[in-house]
Design a protein. Structure first.
Length: 611
């Protein structure tokens, strides 16, 4: 294309969102900036499309139309993006590809390779907003202070026809091909992509720790009410909470939580509000931006394909996640052709404001919000060290799998962390084990919360012995759900972690992560690992996994524990408890600033699972 030549444009897809491109091309033709040379469409054109296309050729075969094209625009259903985009690139034309660019991460890598440095624009319209550029500049300059996180809230409503508008609507796959048409990846894809762009984390390896809660209110494959949380390479926490079942429809908002100022970006309206002061900005469309870039390469593309890697990483996580979980009908209200979720507007706003997931907010219509309660114990009992833990914990079917303050060991509570001996201080509860004397009364330490996910383990006088960073995550797995508990202990000074086992009591190396089961008939409980079955075979031995099977005649359940490299502490007969033993038969010594990480995963299932 010579510098002054008018670019010749071919459009693939003249219906749906493609109609907006067709109208924009007509406007640009009137300005003398482009010339439409053909339209690829598999269905007959309606009256408006026929008028806009005029006498230009219309063909179902895109390759025929690309022979003399400078720009190919692909605005077709997502599962057709890749083959059509390849045709555009193979023809040597510049590519404008509607979002999401590809249905899989592998396809994205392939397309980036095929582009070979040529400009490829992706149709994330929100990234052409000058409000986005202004907010990104404020964030980088420090004008908002330290960025504590980014929240996205989206409350739209779509009626039944939205999910029947096309064969791919509301589907995860179609004829074996990935579609990924869910709330996070299609209608609110702009919210995800814009939040990542604001943080400057757009590369394919710039996001990690992706947590998903995918829910659906209708009999569809995809999600229509969802929550996403991730961490970027900059350490920024991003939470995206969205629904297509809103009680009250509002435009989506991206909230940037700064330590000095708070910013709200209304990205569909190109409106920025900083501490209550509103700014309105203009917007450049993806096509106009691409034309500006081709005329002057110094003008950057607003959404180059290579800068959609982080979004595609999120899409891949959604694509490979377990199927969305149905919302309990008790929380749904039929409103004509709409379905509303009770209280969803409030929950979505709260998630984006507090950077919390639906599960952490204990939302009653979220399955993961009902399976576990995390918090402090309100009881004040003798021999108990109060500390935050999970209780009650339930299977998806509602079976309670934790116990609290049992008669045999009142200091046991749910699932949590407990340390029997830190520099001689008891932070487990109960009595202290002394070699030659057994268990004797002694002073108990205390645990204090110092910040979100941060704890201090202290001696009786309040001096800090250990600091802890804690993360508790939940996710749906096939036929059940999984808890992931991560604790990173950091020694303030020289610290020695002991257990009764490290002091000589054989088979009693407990201390660390611990799960107290409810009172169960010992005959109904089976434990096994790769080493064998029964308490004698698994207690005190390290193994990659440990299974607990409760053969209750009415409500059986199964749990599979994995993660630790420490030996397992297991009790089945005297009482039922499972732990990861930090100091099984030898103390753990930490110098000032040294860390010890504990990661445990537990998958809970209703029913008896086969080995």
């Amino acid at each position: 294309m010579t510098p002054r030549a008018v670019p010749r444009v071919v459009l693939a897809g003249a219906a749906g969102y493609g109609r907006l491109y067709l109208r924009e091309i007509a406007a640009l033709e009137a300005e003398g900036r482009v010339r439409l040379t053909g339209v690829c469409e598999v269905n007959p054109l309606d009256g408006e499309a026929r008028r806009l296309v005029g006498d230009r050729p219309v063909d179902a075969d895109l390759s025929k139309l690309l022979r003399d094209a400078d720009i190919g625009i692909v605005s077709t259903p997502m599962h057709t993006h890749v083959p059509l985009a390849r045709q555009v690139l193979d023809a040597g034309a510049h590519l404008l590809l509607e979002k999401p660019p590809t249905p899989t991460l592998a396809d994205w890598h392939d397309l980036v390779g095929r582009a070979a440095g040529r400009p490829v624009q992706v149709g994330f319209q929100s990234l052409g907003s000058h409000a986005v550029r202004r907010l990104a500049l404020l964030m980088r300059s420090g004008a908002l202070g330290g960025i504590r996180g980014i929240g996205v809230r989206g409350t739209w409503s779509r009626d039944d026809t939205y999910f029947t508008r096309a064969p791919w609507a509301g589907r995860r796959t179609l004829d074996g091909l990935p579609v990924v048409d869910g709330a996070l990846t299609n209608p609110f894809a702009h919210g995800v992509a814009t939040a990542l762009a604001l943080d400057g984390s757009t590369g394919v390896d710039d996001v990690h720790d992706i947590e998903l809660e995918l829910l659906r209110s209708r009999d569809i494959e995809a999600d229509d009410t969802s929550c996403l949380r991730l961490r970027t390479r900059n350490g920024t926490v991003v939470v995206v909470a969205v629904t297509l079942c809103a009680e009250v429809v509002r435009e989506p908002v991206i909230v940037v939580h700064g330590s000095h100022k708070r910013a709200e970006l209304h990205y569909t309206e190109h409106r920025l509000v900083i501490d209550g002061i509103e700014e309105r900005h203009r917007h450049d469309s993806p096509l106009r931006n691409l034309l500006d870039h081709l005329e002057d390469p110094a003008v950057p593309l607003q959404a180059p394909l290579a800068a959609t890697g982080a979004f595609t990483r999120v899409l891949e996580a959604v694509r490979t996640a377990p199927d969305p979980v149905p919302i309990d009908p008790a929380w749904l209200r039929r409103n004509g052709k709409r379905v509303d979720v009770d209280g969803v507007n409030h929950v979505v706003a709260k998630a984006a404001e507090h950077l919390r997931t639906f599960a952490e907010l204990e939302v009653p219509w979220s399955p993961l919000g009902r399976v576990a309660r995390y918090g402090w114990d309100g009881a004040r009992l003798p021999l108990v060290v109060p500390r935050p833990a999970l209780h009650p914990v339930r299977t998806l079917g509602g079976v309670v799998v934790t116990g609290e303050h049992p008669d045999d060991h009142p200091w046991h509570r749910g699932i949590g962390l407990a340390l029997p001996d830190v520099n001689g201080v008891n932070l487990w509860g109960g009595r202290n084990y002394v070699p030659g004397q057994g268990y004797v009364p002694g002073e108990l330490g205390r645990v204090e919360e110092t910040g979100p996910g941060e704890l201090a383990w202290c001696d009786p006088a309040g001096a800090v012995l250990l600091r802890e960073r804690r993360r508790v995550r939940r996710r749906v797995v096939a036929d059940g759900w999984e808890l992931e508990w991560t604790s990173v202990l950091t020694a303030v000074g020289d610290v020695v972690l002991h257990s009764p086992g490290s002091k000589g009591r054989e088979g009693a190396g407990y201390g660390g992560w611990f799960w107290r089961l409810p009172d169960l008939d010992p005959l109904s409980v089976r434990v096994y690992s790769p080493h064998g079955a029964g308490e004698a075979e698994v207690n005190g031995r390290a193994a990659p996994w440990l299974a607990v099977v409760v053969g209750d005649p009415v409500r059986p359940w199964t749990a599979v524990v994995s993660g630790p490299t420490d030996p397992w502490f297991v009790r089945v007969g005297q009482y039922q408890g499972i732990g990861s033993a930090l100091a099984w038969d030898a103390p753990v010594v930490l110098g000032p600033g040294q860390e010890r990480e504990i990661v445990v995963r537990v998958a809970f299932y209703d029913g008896v699972r086969p080995p």
